[in-house]
Design a binder for this molecule. Structure first.
Ligand code: UT7
Length: 344
């Protein structure tokens, strides 16, 4: 048996959770049909395919239809995850939606998803940790499974980022896309699952990446609209540096917690923001390019959906097989970061 196929005993699962293991029993993703290419963007802002490809690695991104909202993307991904897990809507105990682009400030997008998929028994709430949101939701969902509170938790990362993008700002509009990914979490004491998770945040750097308008500090007014306060703003260079540092630290922390070396990890699924960030993380962790999963060329940065969409694709294309060790790691506004090691 190779090191990566060996069943790892997670100390927390053994001692704290009475043998309960939180497993991902279903994964699914959904992206809108409409494709926006770099050539299309050349007609909107002063940019080139060459600049976008060389600075980010992104070739195209998906854009939701006018009548397609974050809850629709999330519900579509959820149905696919439920089908894979063989879970019926009435079996879902809890729905957590991670998003920075809810359908509206309230009610929670999770409640709108609940209505769309008919999960009438479920409790539902949203979680906001920007691009780290899906892994935050995984950690939170895991707590409900391991504490015996719930048996079946649906977590979703869903974004309609096109609704908060400033299409006049070439620094940001070329980077983002729409989409959703979902996972079903269940207890499988005899099976594989989450080995270690970690989350972190640094609110002192909140200004590096934000959307200032629309909250209690800057409610919508004619001025907030003319000031373009309802669009995403980012200090790209500073975010880049922080992203590399935080993702490496989070990855090292979860590896250390389950006493694994990067060489034992079959696939690393990093947040899909920029190919240069992924390369820098691989380099610093001592991982090989083959270990790093990349699909940002097709979808751009889909924030909370990014890791979930990538995980779904890695499973669907056979890059992850049962028993493989997978490291997921993300970074986002807040600042926030999170990582997890999963025995698939
Ligand atoms: O999801 C979590 C958070 N997001 C991220 O992780 C994103 C992190 N940051 C990045 O990925 C990169 O910093 C960017 C892709 C945003 C920018 O790359 P960069 O290598 O840091 O470029 P830069 O900001 O230093 O800009 C270099 C030049 C500037 O021109 P000047 O001032 O040197 O004349 C920009 O105006 O590139 C210019 N530029 C563009 N040129 C053509 C910026 N955006 C564009 C563009 N097309 N779309």
């Amino acid at each position: 048996m190779s090191a990566s196929k060996k069943k790892i005993q997670h100390p927390r699962a053994k001692h704290d959770f009475k043998g309960r293991t939180c497993s991902i029993t279903g994964i699914g993703a959904y992206v809108p049909e409409r494709i926006l290419t770099n050539a299309d963007l050349e007609k909107i802002v002063e940019t080139t395919d060459e600049w976008i490809m060389s600075r980010t690695g992104i070739k195209q991104r998906r854009i939701a239809a006018d009548d397609e909202f974050t809850s629709d993307l999330g519900a579509a991904a959820a149905r696919r995850a439920m089908a894979m897990a063989g879970v019926k809507p009435e079996e879902i105990d809890l729905i957590i939606v991670a998003t920075i682009t809810p359908d509206m400030p309230f009610p929670a997008t999770a409640c709108l998803v609940q209505q769309k998929i008919g999960a009438h028994r479920a409790a539902a709430f949203d979680l906001e940790a920007a691009c780290s949101g899906f892994i935050y939701a995984l950690e939170v969902g895991q707590q409900f499974i391991n504490s015996h509170t719930y048996n079946t938790v649906l977590i979703i990362g869903a974004e309609k980022l096109s609704s908060i993008i400033d299409w006049k700002d070439r620094n940001t509009c070329v980077l983002f896309g729409d989409g959703a990914g979902a996972a079903i979490l269940q207890n499988r004491s005899d099976s594989h699952g989450l080995l270690a998770t970690c989350m972190g945040s640094d609110g002192t750097k909140a200004d590096l990446l934000s959307m200032p308008g629309g909250g209690s500090r800057c409610p919508a007014t004619a001025k907030s609209v003319s000031d373009r306060a309802h669009f995403l703003r980012m200090d790209g260079k500073d975010v880049f540096k922080n992203a590399v540092n935080a993702m490496c630290a989070a990855a090292r922390e979860v590896l250390q917690r389950c006493e694994l070396d990067i060489s034992q990890i079959k696939l690393v699924i990093p947040h899909q923001a920029n190919l240069r960030i992924i390369d820098a993380v691989a380099d610093r962790l001592g991982g090989t390019p083959e270990q790093m999963f990349v699909n940002l060329d097709k979808y751009g940065n889909t924030s909370a959906a990014s890791v979930a969409i990538a995980l779904d694709e890695a499973v669907a294309t056979g890059k992850i097989q049962r028993g493989d060790l997978v490291l997921i790691v993300a970074f986002g506004a807040g600042l926030t970061w999170a990582a997890a090691v999963i025995e698939w």
